[in-house]
Design a protein around this ligand. Structure first.
Ligand code: DON
Length: 311
C-alpha cells in the first residue's frame, strides 16, 4: 500500500480509494425506520475533502444533497455553546454512552441528564436551549449552518421532517422523561419540532466538509478568518465527537480511523484532521450499528494512506 507524503495530492488519493471501495462488497442496509429515508438510491457514493486553505476535492456523488441526520447535532451543539457557554454542561454530560443513539436505558437512572450531546436525549436538550435563547430557532439554525458552509443554498427537507414527526414515538419518550426531571424548559412538541427540522437538513459532501472546517481551524471560518467559537469550545466539540460521535461504535471509529468524526443514518460521515482538512463520505448502506459501511472503510483507508491521524 503506498504511503503518501506532504504536500498531498488529495484528488488522486480519494480517486484511488473511491475506486477500490466501489469494488468492495457492501452488505449494509439503508435506514428504513423513517419511511422518507428509504427512498434514497442505496448505491449513491461520494467523497469530498476540503482543506483550511480552502481547496476542495471530490469524487462520485459528492455534489448531491443527502439527509445529514444526526451529523446536524454538531451544529446545534456548536450554536448552543456559542450562546450559553459552559452552562450547557450542567444539563448534558460528556461521557460516551456505549449504547445506541436512541437508547432510553441510562436516562431514567441518571435523572434526566443525558450522557452526551450527540445521543438523541442530549441533542433534544440542546434544542431546548436553542428555543430558550433564540427568537426564531429554526431560521437562525439554518442561517448558522449556511454561514459555516459559506452557502445559502442549504435547507430543511420538509418531507423527511414530516416523516420523522410521524414516527418519533421514542424521541417523544425522551423529551417527556427529561421534562419530568425538569431538564426541559419549553413545550415538548416545540422541542421535537426543532429536533426533526435539524435532522432533516440536506447538504452535499463538499458543503458538509466546508462547514466542519471550523473544527480543524481552532473555531475560525477558513474563508474569512472570523472566530465563530472559541478555540476551547472547538477543542471540546472535537473531543465530544471523537468519544461519542458514533454511539456504541465510537471506539471502533477511533480505532480504525483515528480522527474525530460524526455519522448520520442518512449514510454520511464527516471527520476532521486538526489544522489541515475536513473529509465527508456519503454511502447510504449502514452497518449493524447504523453507521455507513463504506464510509468507515473509505476513512480508514484514507487516514492509513496519508498517515493523518491525531494519534
Ligand atoms: O432521531 C432520529 O431517529 C434521527 N432523525 C437521527 C438519527 C441519526 O442520524 C442517528 N445517528 N446516526
Amino acid at each position: 500500500m503506498p504511503l503518501y507524503f506532504w504536500p498531498m495530492n488529495y484528488q488522486k488519493i480519494i480517486n484511488g480509494i473511491f475506486k477500490e471501495v466501489s469494488e468492495c462488497k457492501d452488505n449494509g442496509i439503508v435506514a428504513s425506520y423513517i419511511p422518507a429515508l428509504k427512498k434514497v438510491n442505496p448505491n449513491k457514493f461520494g467523497v469530498s475533502l476540503c482543506t483550511i486553505k480552502n481547496d476542495c476535492f471530490g469524487v462520485g456523488d459528492f455534489e448531491e444533497k443527502f439527509s445529514i441526520q444526526s451529523i446536524s447535532k454538531v451544529f446545534t451543539l456548536t450554536l448552543a455553546l456559542k450562546l450559553i457557554g459552559v452552562k450547557l454542561w450542567k444539563r448534558v454530560d460528556v461521557e460516551p454512552s456505549g449504547d445506541p443513539f436512541n437508547s432510553l436505558v441510562q436516562l431514567e437512572f441518571e435523572k434526566g441528564i443525558p450522557r452526551n450531546p450527540l445521543i438523541n436525549s442530549g441533542a433534544l436538550v440542546v434544542c431546548d436551549v436553542l428555543i430558550s435563547e433564540l427568537k426564531n430557532p429554526k431560521k437562525e439554525l439554518l442561517q448558522f449552518v449556511q454561514k459555516l458552509a459559506n452557502n445559502k443554498n442549504i435547507n430543511y427537507n420538509l418531507e423527511v421532517m414530516q416523516s420523522e414527526t410521524e414516527h418519533g414515538f421514542k424521541n417523544a419518550a425522551h423529551v417527556n422523561l427529561m421534562k419530568s426531571f425538569n431538564n426541559i424548559e419549553n413545550d415538548v412538541d416545540e422541542v421535537l419540532d426543532l429536533y426533526y427540522h435539524m435532522c432533516s437538513l440536506e447538504m452535499t459532501c463538499s458543503e458538509l466538509a466546508t462547514s466542519f472546517l471550523i473544527f480543524s481551524n481552532g473555531g475560525k471560518l477558513s474563508y474569512t478568518n472570523e472566530q465563530i467559537i472559541t478555540r476551547s469550545a472547538s477543542k471540546r466539540i472535537n473531543a465530544t465527537i471523537l468519544t461519542c460521535g458514533f454511539y456504541d461504535e465510537s471506539g471502533e471509529f477511533a480505532f480504525r480511523v483515528g480522527l474525530p468524526g460524526k455519522s448520520g443514518v442518512g449514510g454520511g460521515i464527516v471527520a476532521i484532521y486538526p489544522n489541515e482538512y475536513a473529509i465527508t463520505v456519503w454511502s447510504p448502506k449502514l452497518n449493524k450499528n447504523g453507521n455507513s459501511l463504506k464510509g468507515m472503510t473509505v476513512l480508514e483507508k484514507f487516514t492509513t494512506k496519508t498517515a493523518s491521524s491525531i494519534f
